[in-house]
Ligand binder design. Sequence first.
Ligand code: FE2
Length: 562
Amino acid sequence: MNILGIGGYSHDSAAALVCDGELVAGVAEERLSRVKHQGGVPRLAIQYCLDTAGLTIDDIDHVGCYMRPIARAARRTAYRLTQLPRNPYYAAAYTGYELIHNAQYMRGMRSILGKNARLHYMEHHPAHAASAFLVSPFEEAALLSIDYIGEFTSTWAGVGRGTSITPLKSINYPHSLGVFYSAMTDYLGFLRASDEYKVMGLASYGEPEYYDEFKKIIRAKGDAWYAMDLSWMQYHYLPGSRHGYFSKKFIDRFGPPRKKSEPVEARHRNLAASAQLILEETVLRMVRHVHREAGSNNLCLAGGVALNCAMNGRLLREPASHEIYVQPASGDDGIAIGAAYQLHHQMTGSKRSFVMRDARIGPEYSNDDIRTFLDRAKIPYEIPHVLEDRAAQLIAEGNIVGWYQGRMEFGPRALGSRSILADPTRPEMKDLINKHVKHREEFRPFAPSCLAERASEFFEGCTDSPFMLFVYPVKKDKQELLPAITHVDGTARVQTVSDETHPRYYRLIQAFEKLRGVPVVLNTSFNVMGEPIVNTPEDAVRCFYSTGLDALAIGDYIVIKR
Ligand SMILES: [Fe+2]
């Protein structure tokens, strides 16, 4: 049975293919179209999945899509109509947009079907939850999915047992932790719906001075859930992207929003810290409750908010959850996997047999492909005896090295397939990478990749974090050793690397330890600001020559700038 999952459409669309219960391929459309957060029908991603499995679209039995369009249009427009007296123009315009958008979505999804496929529109949040639970190592777990908005739900809790997913509770728009965090992102002068991690990075520099007041905006409801005081907001009746998400009441109290060109001040840092704390406290309360209701200490987290690795790290350090699983693409792209596995179990009745421990399910180019490209472009290269040793030596010498190996990772994190690597022991490395390659804000940290069995020596409580989705405290006596990856608050967003899943990356880090004494490298995604992570050898070489990267380890070859 061949099942195609479609994740995202409004933005970040992606496809994944499950054949007889096996996850064969998955990729986000943006990596192929080269347009960041590309939405629409992921035609290139679908074609990639089919090509990888040697199938045509007529071989597909079921297609599962990430959202129910009728429910979405009905519930969202019904809500907008209640806001009609407040802002008739926006309510009418939004209703029109919603109807057209959903009609296009349905037409788009029908257009990809082959002769034999049945189309299924999955409910958004259970599909999010499935994207974690059904590929997690847990037989039973508490489930929590938190995003901006699904059809109309923004926060969803449930219980997973075996292959069944049972809802417990949902919170509807306009009450939404995802919208609140996005609103803060917009207010602090960053791009909403893609720069949330900047707020998270900035939060570590501030004090949660406004936390008590934020508790009035996101109010606890009983001992578990939350509701927002909408008098602080205006996104529910005005287009937030144009007029701002917060109401006059918020601006009067907390000051004007920061313009992009303005400096980041203490007030902004403290607002970010307060937003991060209210998010963590609110989610923690829900997590404790869902564990009680589910009768399980395992937790599967999903939805865009689950990419907040500072929050995830905090949850890990609280006693509420024994173990937490977050799938590497926990945003809408990852629903491609959730929808496909939901359908697989529904249609076959089979038990679970797959655990996603490796995110590398994307495109791969052979050494022949790479060599042909390098020769054609007249790019000189070395063929070192042991590539890992040579790359480790270049990193140890203080070079910034592009690392392009094997299949591309699914999800927003580079995990050693499409990465930029550097020496984490050099304090100047963060500034050098920012200046020559990434051009990021100075308050954003770089992350480490560490040999899995050595991680607990350097990072408190860290044993298994293959997807770089949890922040851990760097041990006090190791912080000075690893200045380029230790964030201002003494934490790091760790990726653990195991020999089984990442043999070449593992050997590289081993070789690096022989030279610099730590089994850790700095790992950031192989792209420049505003562009998707590189996909083809050509993307990699273009990024290499248009930035201050010093060397490129691509397949079995090393390219060095002279
Ligand atoms: Fe979502």
